[in-house]
Write a protein that binds this ligand. Sequence first.
Ligand code: FCB
Length: 500
Amino acid sequence: MECRWRAASARADRRIDPISDRMPTGRDAVVLNGCADARESANQVRRFPSGFAWGAATAAHQIEGAWNEDGKGESIWDRFAHTPGKIRNGDHADRACEHYRRYPEDIALMRAMNLTSYRFSIAWPRVQPSGSGEPNSRGLDFYSRLVDSLLEAGIRPLPTLYHWDLPQALEDGGGWPNRDTAARFADYAGIVARALGNRVSSWLLFNEPVAFTSMGYLRGIHAPGMKSIRAFLKSTHTVNLAQAGGFRAVKAACPKARVGSAFSMSPCEPATNSPADILAAERAHRITNCWFLEPALHGTYPHAFPFLPDSLIGMSASDMHQMRAPLDFIGINLYYRTMARAAAWSKRLFDPGFTIFPVKMYPGSEGPATDIGWEVWPRAIYDLLMRITRDYDHPVIETTESGCSYNDGPNHDGRIHDTRRIAYHRAYLNHLARAIEDGADVRGYHAWTLMDNFEWAEGYGQRFGLVHVDFATQARTIKESGKWYAEVAARNAVDAISAS
Ligand code: FCB
């Protein structure tokens, strides 16, 4: 019998964008496993569909440095990190990994790791220093050079337009709670798409809207450091409007572009089997996973809150229509699962947060914890991918982030033996492969992150990279996990482990 994998693998030689080209779907993937050659029988490795993207992800503020060079404006993260007491150890990202000038070296690392996709973000204040008006050509030139160099290296550029670094001038004018920011974002998206759209085929609009709106405007632990339920709710609505406006702006500039967003997602499990906790978990799912997806795909908000007057989020009559954006693919960032329990009545009566949203959400803690304290729970990725596949009728998905913080440093042999990171990615990839076999249309995986970097409020204290960075010298060393990942990418397969 002709092995369909061999037929398909001929295509792997030419560079493809897994988002725009049709790839074998779940059922084909089962066949792919069935066609494994004699050395790698199906029960030893899990193969991925031909053309599957093997990538790493980064964000501008976390790696670029050069915070005020070549006309770049101040971002809310520059301001936040320069404010004493906000970031662990007083760290800031003024230099970070100096990727702004070391990007050729970093692309060489990507090549050494056989990456076929690189997800990076564009710093809005580099392109529009005060968030509106004429673009800064020196800022755009940097991204243009980056994209060209990636293409020369045979790596797909996958830019994210917003990974949390709002121009400070826009924050001064009301930030995300101000709905005018949505129009500013659409203008900015159009500028970038016109500049890079002849070379970039796939785009991500936002990174983790639920994370930056809640941590920045509700909990105050990220920039701009506000603590207000009202500001949080309004900011979510502006971002939904911006997402759709940005989608239209990119499509207007490049009609063939494939446009998605990267959402932080996490399966939400009830603490007990009680009906109240099951309902709480469902509410948690709707706010965590669907609050920015449902408006784009269906023009509505999911029923996460028992009661939420339109005025609280700043919703007006035509907004349902305005929020719609038929995303071409869904980016999913997934690290862990979320537990949910119904809030006690005493809390609902006296705590305004629980009055509006009567759910206590907390991280799972059965699995081992990484150095940042996040639970390792590999089947989270399977459960979530299958739920989204079921509920949204088999959308095209890319895993835009997954990874773990382990602060292993160089050994006496100069190597970084981060075996726990290898175990993490191997386990998550096994469950991802299982989801593909069961029908999820996942086209790629991006490890968070290419190299150790500025981890927001944690500063340089948490290392998620496949590459170790010595921040005093800027020396980069590929960790053992990076070498392992290079092999996975080259084989398009991962060692099988028993699923649990
Ligand atoms: C994600 C963020 C990314 C990084 C990882 C660890 O939530 O998108 O920038 O901080 O977590």
